[in-house]
Design a protein around this ligand. Structure first.
Ligand SMILES: NC(=O)c1ccc[n+]([C@@H]2O[C@H](COP(=O)([O-])OP(=O)(O)OC[C@H]3O[C@@H](n4cnc5c(N)ncnc54)[C@H](O)[C@@H]3O)[C@@H](O)[C@H]2O)c1
Length: 416
């Protein structure tokens, strides 16, 4: 069953769950499938029978939604926050929802709780599995991922359960890019190793001679939001930047002064390789014995994307053989990694505990971004950061709303 079909056929319950909306917001309803074009999947997944009532044809079409009762106080939706979220975001949530923060739940505790909530907000540490989504079926309508990577959410299962997944893709971009640059510079100058040695009473100036960045070739693997920001900053450091991204437009790369190349060319030419692609079946362990074998001897690798894109055993082998001179890693296949992890303990490896998004500014930004996205999704708006429904930019959305009011006038009823 295709994703959009699954969304359309999703029987979504919760008839008593509704809350006040702004009168001009889009209220998703059971829209005739064949007539609503691009809005089908999104409106279907957003459907919450209780959240809207059809407006009769005698009423003006510009009035696109109406709450169940304009006079009776409506119950607020319930939102479960499973991982720490900044106060600014919680404040936004509390304006429209009853919020419960339950940090550090076990998988069993999450399973037992999730059915009592309309929305669930997680960061990267909570696995939103098919089991969780099945447990929430009938009530859970929205999963919010406070951050960009959605590899901890079973998207297919969410779609089948009629659950919209939204993320906060922009607020931590600069933080992640800055962390990538911090790791690049730290690694090149052995900052963490020298720091640890000096604190242990060792003054080892000869041991920690570094390498320069200026004039070196940096390959950015994944030229999206973070990758392109890393590229900008690396240009400022005087590096020659090449990038591999099968989906990135060449003019975007050119505008930053980076050259888009094939995967093979990128890994063969680079002195430094910085990883910024999502973890997907196509990118899982894409850095493995074979790809390390094609790199320059002495290459240095930075990963602030996802641990799973690297075969970690292969990286240890490449470090031991000297093929890879150094690695700087913020992310791991299993987080936290084992205490005796050969990779983490390797003397040529610099590590941080998934700190890419951890700046004061990014935490606050992500908290607000996800709170607003979840609020919009619960109100039935066309969420700009939906992951399992088409994204609609604001300006297009305005046009679509006008058109869809006309297009969905069906059988004497307007459905918006
Ligand atoms: N360490 C952290 O705390 C932290 C913070 C933010 C983002 N991230 C991770 O960084 C990565 C990038 O985030 P983003 O916001 O830039 O995402 P993004 O979606 O903007 O960019 C990802 C880019 O990767 C490209 N891509 C997809 N498949 C690819 C492939 N096979 N080879 C090369 N490129 C490919 C996409 O076309 C896209 O341009 C993600 O994995 C995200 O989870 C980590």
């Amino acid at each position: 069953m295709s994703a959009s079909r699954a969304l359309l056929s999703s029987p979504h319950g919760g008839a008593s769950r509704t809350f006040t909306r702004a009168p001009t917001r889009l209220a998703a309803a059971s829209i005739p499938f064949a007539r609503c074009g691009a809005l089908r999947a999104r409106t279907a997944i957003l459907s919450s029978p209780a959240a809207t009532v059809p407006v009769t044809s005698s009423e003006p079409k510009r009035r696109i939604s109406r709450s169940v009762s304009d006079s009776a106080p409506l119950a607020k939706p319930a939102v479960l926050v499973a991982e720490k979220l900044g106060e600014a975001g919680l404040d936004v949530l509390r304006q429209f929802a009853d919020v419960e923060c339950a940090y550090g739940m076990s998988p069993a505790e999450l399973l037992a709780k999730v059915a009592q909530f309309d929305a669930l907000i997680v960061r990267s540490g909570t696995k939103v599995t098919r089991e969780v989504l099945e447990a929430g079926r009938g009530r859970l309508r929205v999963v919010g991922r406070a951050g960009v990577g959605i590899d901890n959410v079973d998207l297919q299962a969410a779609t089948e359960a009629g659950c919209l997944v939204v993320n906060a893709p922009t607020a931590n971009t600069v933080a992640a890019a800055e962390h990538g640059i911090a790791l690049l510079a730290c690694m090149a100058r052995n900052v963490s190793q020298a720091d640890a040695a000096l604190k242990a009473g060792k003054w080892q100036r000869a041991k920690y001679v570094g390498v320069s960045l200026v004039g070196k070739t940096l390959a950015i693997m994944g030229f999206g939001k973070v990758g392109s920001e890393v590229a900008r900053r690396a240009k400022g450091l005087g590096m020659h930047v090449i990038a591999h991204d099968p989906y990135a437009p060449a003019d975007k790369a050119r505008a930053i002064g980076a050259e888009l190349v094939s995967f093979e060319e990128a890994i063969a030419k680079a002195d430094f390789i910085s990883l910024h692609m999502p973890l997907t079946p196509a990118t899982s362990k894409v850095f493995n014995d074979e790809s390390f074998g094609k790199m320059k001897t002495g290459v240095r690798i930075i990963n602030v994307a996802r641990g799973g894109v690297i075969d970690e055993d292969a990286l240890v082998r490449a470090l031991d053989s000297g093929k890879v001179a150094q690695a700087a890693l913020d992310v791991f296949t299993v987080e936290p990694p084992a205490k005796d992890s050969k990779l983490v303990l390797h003397e040529n490896v610099t590590v941080t505990p998934h700190l890419g998004a951890s700046t004061v500014e990014a935490q606050e930004g992500v908290a607000i971004e996800i709170a607003e996205a979840v609020g919009g999704a619960l109100r039935g708006e066309l969420a700009a950061t939906a992951v399992n429904a088409p994204m609609v930019p604001a300006e297009v959305r305005t046009k679509l709303l006008e058109m869809s009011v006309i297009d969905c006038d069906y059988g004497g009823k307007s459905f918006f």
